[in-house]
Design a protein around this ligand. Structure first.
Ligand SMILES: *Cc1c(COP(=O)(O)O)cnc(C)c1O
Length: 382
């Protein structure tokens, strides 16, 4: 089969989505399924919808357009503010946009007016992570402006933490968001139906503390990879192996561990110094930094990653492997993002077939990441 390829198990993604949706619905929180790490894959989007997400979100307009072109009818949110010149395309495919600038509001208003629609806006508020959003003290101004602008409706507030500076969602900053929503509602005399508290990094907070006014989380990594982005520890009961990268061996030869000759910078900066370990089996797979973040690969037992250049992944294996041998890797978020974006990696969708007599195992509620994960036995396949 074609290599390199990424195998995506849609059943596992659906089950992850369902486990998170179920758990969060008990807290009054809906899930927006975030597709951007899969380049807006319609198949992944459908698996998320089957798992119960109420809408889909992506930071890139092109990905949202791909979802619409594939016939997906779920409401779509543009998670990164559009540029003013993208306003027409935005209102054509998304029902909500996250915004923080007046000029963008104006552009979306004009575009929505031309189309004869009302476009929903989520006003983003900066609560400490220093990425997008207005400062809390400026939220009322922009909220009032949006309320007075035609063809757009203020759907509510949103915030995003843990992405730029790693600020942890907490009872404090989430409480601040809820208080701000209440204050704006009083000032504007208007109900704000949507309060989007953050991303997968909010899960620990969401199960530990009352949600307050927060009634939406935008979840990508936790649905796709089954882990908490703050700790990268698996969420109990979730599949962490929905994605598998399969690469092909092109060379496997006994070689020394230490380079020969004077060394300077390698293709990607200073090479890591190898300790002298005599002769090893060095195996090369035909994939490289153009396609994957080698630091984000989880190799199978008996295989380790030694180095990577643009097009060569250098591994150590226990035996010589004939060219064409396939090696399977797990991926972290960074590796997944790059793999999905590379035109050189083929995408293959699979589903985990289950016995019709035995329903899918009921997933236990996930635990806070401080508690060690429990390995779930792989369900039997027919
Ligand atoms: C990517 C993104 C998300 C999803 O983040 P995950 O950590 O993958 O859950 C949510 N909100 C915004 C604004 C994003 O850009």
């Amino acid at each position: 089969m074609t290599c390199p390829r990424i195998e995506i198990d849609l059943t596992k993604i659906e089950e992850n989505a369902r486990a998170l949706v179920t758990q969060l619905s008990g807290r009054g929180i809906d899930v927006t399924g975030v597709t951007k790490a899969t380049l807006g894959s319609p198949e992944v989007a459908k698996a998320m919808i089957a798992g119960g997400v109420v809408r889909l979100g992506d930071s890139r307009l092109e990905n949202l357009e791909a979802l619409r072109d594939a016939g997906i009818e779920a409401p779509l949110t543009l998670l990164r503010s559009p540029t003013p010149d993208q306003a027409d395309r935005t209102v054509a495919c998304a029902s909500l946009s996250q915004v923080s600038e007046r000029d963008v509001v104006e552009a979306l208003s004009a575009a929505a007016g031309r189309r004869g629609v009302v476009h929903g806006l989520v006003l983003m508020v900066e609560l400490g992570d220093l990425r997008e959003g207005v400062l809390p003290e400026n939220a009322l101004d922009l909220a009032r402006h949006i309320s007075l602008t035609p063809h757009v409706a203020l759907a509510g507030l949103g915030t995003n933490l843990a992405c730029r500076a790693g600020v942890v969602p907490s009872a404090d900053n989430m409480g601040e968001l809820s208080a701000l929503v209440n204050r704006l509602e009083d000032e504007l005399g208007q109900h704000l139906p949507l309060v989007s508290g953050g991303n997968s990094a909010n899960l620990d907070w969401a199960i530990a503390a009352p949600a307050g006014r927060v009634n939406d989380l935008r979840l990508g990594e936790s649905i796709l990879l089954g882990c908490d982005p703050l700790t990268r520890i698996p969420l109990n009961g979730l599949h962490t192996d929905a994605f598998t990268l399969v690469v092909s061996v092109i060379e496997s030869l006994a070689k020394p561990t230490v380079p020969r000759g004077a060394t300077g910078e390698a293709a990607f900066g200073a090479p890591t110094q190898a300790g002298e370990r005599g002769t090893i089996i060095q195996t090369i797979a035909s994939i490289g930094r153009q396609d994957v973040d080698p630091d984000g690969l989880a190799p199978p037992q008996g295989v380790s990653v030694l180095a990577a250049s643009s097009d060569h992944l250098v591994l150590e294996t226990q035996h010589r492997l004939p060219p064409g041998t396939e090696i399977r890797f797990g991926l972290d978020y960074s590796a997944l993002l790059r793999v999905m974006t590379s035109p050189f990696v083929m995408t293959m969708y699979t589903t985990t077939k289950r016995h019709s007599t035995s329903p899918p195992p009921s997933l236990p509620p996930f635990l806070p990441p401080s508690i060690p994960p429990v390995e779930k036995p792989t369900p039997a396949t027919p």
